[in-house]
Design a protein around this ligand. Structure first.
Ligand code: G16
Length: 543
């Protein structure tokens, strides 16, 4: 089989964001756009020849086309083997596990996460390294530099590989193994959690609904929750991954999973509701009459992890992204373990996990995970919750209240202003940065400001740094407002405003969140002039 070298010209916008390269499908469909990016990636991975590459995606529109391109280019670029999920399916945590389990060189995961799919929707390509985690900035920066200079790419001319059945194929001398996307992952979960105790709970009438949102978690949740744990059929809904996610928005939050929320708040609510996103790394947790914020969920999972067999010996430490509430910090303090605050992006947890300094990580953006893989893991979070419910024999609401009674409550909300003009957004952030010295000096409304900076991170493991990671304004009572621009949007800019107030143990823990934060929300607008500058009446999404 001859390797063809095709001439190409660079694109100037292939800079990976918070999690890989994400753009509209139509953008990816430009001539050689996909090929340029994949070749730039392979060119930035010294030593890949003869090695194993894992490929899979969340099943969204264009997944199948790009998988075939990636296989042909992997063969032309000298990889020894490709492992690909049956039907092209691999969840993000599933891919992370496969890379680690089979000691692969790395993996390509095709997903735009929770963004909508379909011909007019979004697509994405990200690379995970041999530890199973998202490529660190050292690699993504190299890929971007390469993409600006690329002049040719390599490919072999072969027919599409049949991905519909398990088995091994050969493409120009390279083995392509089509693997079961679920089996290894399900086996891993069984080593971490007390499946017998959870199965007993279901057998005694515990009711749950899991909404897979027509995305990648469907087959995983069906096999584990209904299959191995014996939950009644119908517990997992929207379980077949569809290229356009059933025309939905596979983002498990209170806006896009409103039906689930309404069910859990309604008269015949099941005991537990959960959902995951497009590629299976995010989670939504709702108990009967109790939504659990991702920040609280991280704290609760960390505080109770020892109840699951995989964490019975305790956890080494916790890490959270900077905008995530400080609820987990209080748990780490009580447990006497390390606590780390990192920039937004799961890639920043990798070194801490590899070094064994933290066991559990989490983010306000509905992601929690542990050292079992190097990605956040939606189903893992759901299973740990189920394990805790089975062990404590209490409902979600009761567990959450007890947690607040012990540690205090961090009222927390995120307000997103989506698709605003990029120049307006950048100016807003620049002006905010310029104001910080004055705010530090004078405070605001008679309140003392103890922290006003643009977050920088020094990785304690490899000494790398990341700057301009979000503006933080903190008050002495634990109140905090954070402003940053999203790194995952595909059109314009998204401004995220994170608002947090701490109410100590013994305080009022039953207030409505938006009401409890209303003065801070108004203050955030005054500080950054959001409404005036964006010409919006309010945020697009409140979570
Ligand atoms: C990705 C990253 C997360 C990050 C989230 C939101 O998640 O992996 O670490 O918290 O994006 O990022 P941003 O605030 O920059 O939009 P996912 O689930 O989209 O891959």
């Amino acid at each position: 089989m001859t390797i063809r070298t095709i001439a190409t010209t660079p694109y100037d916008d292939q800079k990976p964001g918070t999690s890989g390269l994400r753009k509209r499908v139509t953008h990816f469909q430009q001539p050689n756009y996909v090929e340029n990016f994949i070749q730039s990636l392979f060119d930035s991975l010294p030593g890949h020849e003869g090695q194993t590459l894992v490929i899979g995606g969340d099943g969204r529109y264009f997944n199948d086309t790009v998988i075939q391109i990636a296989i042909r280019m992997a063969a032309a670029n000298g990889f020894g083997k490709v492992m690909v999920g049956q039907g092209g399916i691999l969840s993000t945590p599933g891919a992370s596990h496969i890379i680690r389990h089979y000691a692969a060189f790395g993996g390509i995961v095709l997903s735009a996460s929770h963004n909508p799919g379909g011909p007019e929707g979004d697509f994405g390509i990200k690379y995970n390294a041999s530890n199973g985690g998202p490529a660190p900035e050292k690699i993504t920066n190299a890929v971007y530099e390469r993409s600006r200079q690329i002049t040719e790419y390599k490919v072999v001319d072969t027919p599409d590989v049949d991905l519909s059945a398990l088995g091994v194929h050969e493409v120009a001398g390279m083995a392509v193994e089509v693997i079961d996307p679920v089996a290894d992952y399900a086996a891993l979960m069984e080593t971490l959690f007390d499946f017998d105790a959870i199965a007993d709970m279901f057998a005694s009438g515990f009711r749950m609904r899991f909404d897979a949102m027509h995305a990648v978690t469907g087959p995983y949740a069906k096999a584990i929750i209904e299959g191995r744990l014996g939950a009644p059929e119908g517990t997992v809904i929207n379980a077949v991954p569809l290229p356009d996610f059933g025309d939905g928005h596979p983002d498990p939050n209170l806006v896009y999973a409103k039906d689930l929320y309404d069910l859990l708040m309604g008269p015949d609510a099941p005991d537990f509701g959960a959902a995951s996103d497009g590629d299976g790394d995010r989670n939504l947790i709702i108990g009967r009459n109790r939504f659990v914020t991702p920040s609280d969920s991280l704290a609760l999972l960390a505080a109770n992890a020892h109840l699951a067999p995989g964490y019975a010996k305790g956890i080494a430490g916790i890490a959270r992204s900077m905008p995530t509430s400080a609820a987990a910090d209080r748990v780490a303090e009580k447990l006497g373990i390390e606590m780390h605050e990192t920039p937004t992006g799961w890639k920043f947890f990798g070194n801490l996990l590899d070094a064994g300094r933290v066991t559990i990580c989490g983010e306000e953006s509905a992601g929690t995970g542990s050292d079992h893989v190097r990605e956040k893991d939606g189903l893992w979070a759901v299973l740990l919750w189920l394990n805790i419910l089975a062990a404590r024999k209490q409902g979600v609401d009761e567990i959450v209240r007890e947690h607040w009674a012990t540690y205090g409550r961090n009222y927390y909300s995120r307000h997103d202003y989506e698709e605003i003009d990029t120049a307006v957004a950048n100016r807003l952030m620049d002006d905010l940065r310029a104001k910080l010295p004055e705010l530090r000096e004078t405070g605001i409304d008679g309140r003392e400001i103890i922290l006003a900076d643009d977050f920088s991170y020094l990785d304690p493991v490899d000494g790398s740094t990341a700057s301009k990671q979000g503006v933080r304004i903190g008050f002495s009572d634990g109140t905090r407002i954070v402003f940053r621009l999203s790194g995952t949007g595909t059109v314009g800019a998204t401004l995220r405003v994170y608002i947090e107030r701490y109410e100590p143990a013994g305080g009022a823990h039953d207030r409505d969140t938006q009401e409890a934060l209303s003065d801070l929300i108004a203050l955030a607008d005054r500080i950054a002039q959001i409404k005036a500058r964006t010409e919006r009446d309010g945020p697009t999404v409140v979570t």
